[in-house]
Design a protein around this ligand. Structure first.
Ligand code: SF4
Length: 348
């Protein structure tokens, strides 16, 4: 274990008690580590000054570490949104965003370094996937944003870099930690997926195993009202027809008792016509769902257009007239490359 790092972040109370015993101390020391990790948010074992110095040194010599991420850059927008570029132990860079509003602080976390899904409107997908994040690397993002805002995020959305369902075990394990160890209610956590075939039933089953019951929100990125258009925007959709995706959403709702929300990026003159809104309403009729409309944030690599506010409103009114709950997600941090993956691309 000389050079191999082992992170403590992500371990629960009983695991840390066992860890302390296995490393020559009493369970009480494990409880102290637990408190300093999750309540104080320490970045290094050497900062847990309540532990004997000799023991701290020996743990670090053995290769144990908190598992925090190093902040390499910070971008603050006019609207107070903060984007952090964080470095992992192996020198990779990820993005994490803190979005404050009057009554909440939402963190948009990454679940992978890069992404293999290749959605055309997304900067993250342009370089492919480097690797999935480990539990400590997901949880550490919460503490990085907590440090930046000097308060703990109240809401968590897995909408940063990566496809969470391709890193399902670490994502669920980190949700468990966020919920039970950090105290963020599951209902304040959203997992967003663009759709990976044969994973929604698995998510429901594993979610029960990890969390007891699945209470977080699942957001499914549709972005198109039909298979033809969806494939143009999301290449991976070729392997997962839109009707199969919706069938799996229905099963997921039956298995978990939770509503699914649908995400729809509006691209000017591409998927934002009135006919598309009508088609979308037909597609999801019968679902107890919520549609989030998101105006496209331009990236250099593609020449998609951001639609006008007028077009967005017209699209929304069609859905509302069909009895669908719909909201427009406000764009935040537009002056600081708001689209996911943009800052990391500029940095690397
Ligand atoms: S939108 Fe999400 S799933 Fe698609 S390429 Fe970007 S990070 Fe991956």
């Amino acid at each position: 274990m000389e050079n191999q790092k082992v992170a403590l972040l992500g371990l629960n109370l009983s695991q840390l008690e066992r860890f302390a015993i296995e490393n020559g101390e009493s369970a009480f020391r494990g409880r102290q580590i637990y408190q300093w990790l999750y309540q104080r948010g320490v970045n290094s074992i050497s900062d847990i000054t309540v532990l004997p110095k000799v023991w701290r040194d020996s743990l670090m010599q053995k290769g144990f570490e908190v598992g925090a991420l190093k902040e390499v850059n910070r971008f603050i927008s006019n609207d107070r949104t903060i984007k952090l570029l964080l470095a992992t132990d192996d020198g990779e860079i990820i993005e994490t965003v803190g979005i404050p509003t009057r009554d909440r602080l939402t963190i948009c976390v990454s679940s992978q370094i890069g992404c293999s899904m290749g959605c055309r409107f997304c900067a993250t997908g342009k370089d492919g996937l480097q690797r999935s994040l480990k539990v400590n690397e997901i949880v550490a993002q919460i503490f990085a944003i907590k440090e930046a805002f000097e308060k703990r995020p109240s809401h968590v959305v897995f909408m940063g870099m990566g496809e969470p369902l391709l890193n399902i075990n670490s994502v669920l394990s980190s949700i468990n930690c966020l919920n039970k160890d950090i105290g963020i209610g599951q209902r304040r956590i959203t997992v967003s997926t663009v759709g990976v075939s044969n994973t929604l039933a698995k998510l429901a089953g594993l979610g029960r195993d990890y969390l007891g019951s699945v209470q977080f929100t699942l957001a499914v990125s549709l972005h198109a009202p039909n298979q033809y258009l969806r494939e143009r925007l999301i290449p991976s959709a070729k392997y997962y027809p839109i009707q199969s995706l919706l069938k799996d959403c229905r099963s997921y709702i039956a298995l978990t008792g939770r509503r699914v929300s649908f995400e729809y990026i509006l691209l000017g003159n591409l998927n934002d016509h009135i006919e598309h809104a009508e088609e979308l309403a037909d597609l999801i009729s019968g679902f107890q769902s919520h549609v989030n409309l998101i105006a496209y944030n331009p990236i250099d690599e593609e020449d998609f257009q951001r639609p006008s506010t007028n077009r967005i409103k017209k699209f929304m009114h069609v859905l509302e007239a069909r009895g669908i709950a719909v909201s427009i997600r406000a764009s935040r941090g537009l002056d600081q490359n708001a689209a996911c993956g943009q800052l990391r691309r500029l940095h690397t």
